[in-house]
Design a protein around this ligand. Structure first.
Ligand code: C2E
Ligand code: MG
Ligand code: MG
Ligand code: MG
Length: 275
């Protein structure tokens, strides 16, 4: 009986694994096709300065307009893109599109807004990443000072020496750099001193309970104080309420990003917000 059950269980798992593999392969092929057929879109979420109420920057966030499934969020396909290497052409697409868009807004006199683009550490490991960025800036005509690049804290730590080396070269071009999802990387803080960066983005998980959690409030206060002592600017992610904003203003946080200001929106809608 037990043996029999075991056999069935094994068969069950095998079938499941097979199905998962097929789904995965299908999705990989679909994503490959999406890149070629232009199904990927870039949305933008503005950042507000707390000192003088300006929309200073906007983060580029990729979306997949899937022919059957509609608008798909990055959590559903970025991990697959990372694993398959598709993150390299995907990342290049987002970088080029965001730079083109920012330059268009600048040229039309609508706004001088800096655009912030998320990077995967895989992109940094390509030998020619710095020249790619230089080329995209040249092609689009966007000044380097209007581009910011974000790397998550946990990815940075995977490959800190390479990341520091490339970051130095990017900053030498005049590009701004940010550490994303700060506070979630279980990291030693000492690398902050070594890492050439302009902004620290406090992860949303510390912001959402800010009003009710004394611990989160203490952590956020400490991150802001530490970043300022290192002469870094601080952005709080995921700000949804006025109370969170008031707390962050009191603590001299430099900028906020979150639904309170705006959700990520298509380029035309951001243009309306800016205009
Ligand atoms: P992230 O870079 O930390 O981006 C912030 C995420 O928080 C976005 O999710 C944004 O929509 C969400 N968010 C912003 N404000 C709020 C808020 O007030 N409340 C809540 N609940 N959420 C808020 P999104 O767009 O789904 O992106 C998720 C992640 O996917 C990003 O996190 C980033 O790590 C990754 N990602 C997105 N686009 C790209 C890309 O072009 N390249 C790479 N490598 N990663 C990307
Ligand atoms: Mg980001
Ligand atoms: Mg983040
Ligand atoms: Mg994130």
């Amino acid at each position: 009986q037990a043996k029999h059950l075991g056999g069935n269980t094994l068969q069950f798992f095998t079938e499941r694994a097979q199905r998962a593999t097929i789904d995965y392969l299908q999705m990989e092929n679909q994503l490959r096709k999406a890149l070629v057929e232009g199904q990927l879109e870039v949305f933008y979420q503005p950042r507000l300065t707390l000192l003088d109420d300006r929309l200073e920057a906007a983060e580029a966030l990729v979306r997949w307009r899937h022919p059957q499934q509609g608008l798909v969020a990055p959590a559903q396909f970025i991990p697959l893109a990372e694993e398959t290497g598709l993150i390299i052409p995907l990342g290049e697409f987002v970088l080029r599109e965001a730079c083109r868009q920012a330059r268009e807004w600048q040229r039309s006199g609508l706004a001088d807004i800096r655009i912030s683009v998320n990077l995967s550490v895989k992109q940094l490991r390509q030998g020619n990443f710095v020249s790619l960025v230089r080329q995209v800036l040249e092609e689009t005509g966007l000044p380097a000072s209007m581009l910011e690049l974000e790397l998550t804290e946990s990815q940075l730590l995977d490959d800190i020496d390479n990341a520091i080396n490339i970051s130095r070269q990017l900053r030498a071009l005049g590009i701004k750099l940010a550490i994303d999802d700060f506070g979630t990387g279980y990291s030693s803080l000492s690398y902050l001193k070594r890492f050439p960066v302009d902004y620290v983005k406090i992860d949303r998980t510390f912001i959402c309970e800010l009003e009710h959690s004394a611990e989160d409030a203490a952590i956020v206060r400490a991150i802001i104080a530490m970043a300022h002592n290192l002469e870094l600017q601080v952005v709080a992610e995921g700000v949804e309420t006025q109370a969170q904003m008031d707390f962050l203003k009191d603590q001299r946080c430099d900028e906020i990003q979150g639904y309170l200001v705006s959700r990520p929106v298509p380029a035309v809608q951001l243009a309306e917000l800016l205009g």
